[in-house]
Ligand binder design. Structure first.
Ligand SMILES: O=C(O)c1ccccc1NCC(=O)[C@H](O)[C@H](O)COP(=O)(O)O
Length: 261
């Protein structure tokens, strides 16, 4: 079983339990539920940096990244640093994140916030909105095309945007549908955990021109961003490079400043 299969198995059990404890209609009671979401795709189109900074405590490829930095402080420091949005891992079992992290990041900032989760059920989309997400991630590798279509429709109806994540051309061709605002190419091979930015460059020409291109994972050099921009990328999702210090916001600020020079 590969890591995505393991994650999906665990998520399936978790969602069944959650549904029995808290029915989905309860999410409508959240004060955040009816609020209009903030557009990450517009922020990226108008941004100089294009940086989406991630809050990530640990991961299957790196068991200890940052156990101590408080999410609200990191979130506001990322915003001050000039990031145009933030990604919050809410997956507890494999990444040590929580839905409370998402709420705290939302409350501490006014830029768009992405819920980074392995979404396999509409329940999680309602949950995302109730906890202040502006964007959800849909991972092509774990979804059928009809799920991508239905989940996109629901997210858009709730005022959110969708970032469709792909690892190769086949996933893109199978899962992309008009209405998706952003496509993210994940440079991490989830079978070996190796990262290779060539993956983004190879897939870029296949992404429809009107869609915002985001390169995800393994980015730690400003030169890499300059190269990826030449391939039409407008967004750059960075987790480990910022979080593997006690001052993630400070590292993001330095990085963004050196991008501008
Ligand atoms: O990061 C992992 O080990 C991982 C393993 C299995 C599924 C997803 C995984 N990562 C999620 C992400 O997409 C990254 O957190 C994100 O792109 C940032 O990557 P990085 O800058 O390399 O931390």
């Amino acid at each position: 079983m590969d890591i995505l299969q393991k994650i999906v198995l665990q998520k399936t059990r978790e969602i069944a339990l959650k549904k029995s404890l808290l029915p989905a209609d309860q999410f409508e009671k959240s004060p955040l539920f009816g609020k209009a979401g903030k557009s990450l795709s517009s922020a990226l189109k108008n941004s100089k940096s294009g940086i989406i900074a991630e809050f990530k405590r640990r991961s299957p490829s790196l068991p200890k990244i940052n156990q101590h930095s408080p999410v609200d402080q990191v979130a506001s420091a990322y915003e001050r640093a000039g990031a145009c949005g933030m990604s919050v891992l809410t997956n507890t079992h494999f990444f040590g994140g929580t839905l409370e992290d998402l709420l705290l990041a939302r409350a501490a900032t006014s830029f768009p916030v992405l819920r980074k989760e392995f979404i396999i059920d509409e329940y999680q989309i309602l949950e995302a909105r109730a906890h202040g997400a502006d964007v959800i991630l849909l991972i092509a590798a774990i979804l059928k095309p009809e799920q991508v279509r239905d989940f996109t429709r629901l997210a858009v109806d709730l005022g959110m945007e969708v970032l469709l994540e792909v690892h190769d051309e086949e996933e893109l061709d199978r899962a992309f549908i008009p209405g998706i605002q952003m496509v993210g190419v994940n440079n991490r091979n989830l079978k070996t955990f190796e990262v290779n930015l060539e993956t983004s460059k190879r897939i870029a020409p296949r992404i429809p021109a009107e869609v915002v291109r985001i390169s995800e994972s393994g980015i730690s050099r400003t030169d890499a961003i300059k190269e990826l921009r030449e391939h039409g990328f407008r967004g750059f999702l960075i987790g480990e490079h910022f979080m593997s210090t006690q001052e993630p916001g400070g590292r993001a600020a330095e990085f963004i400043k050196s991008l501008e020079s």
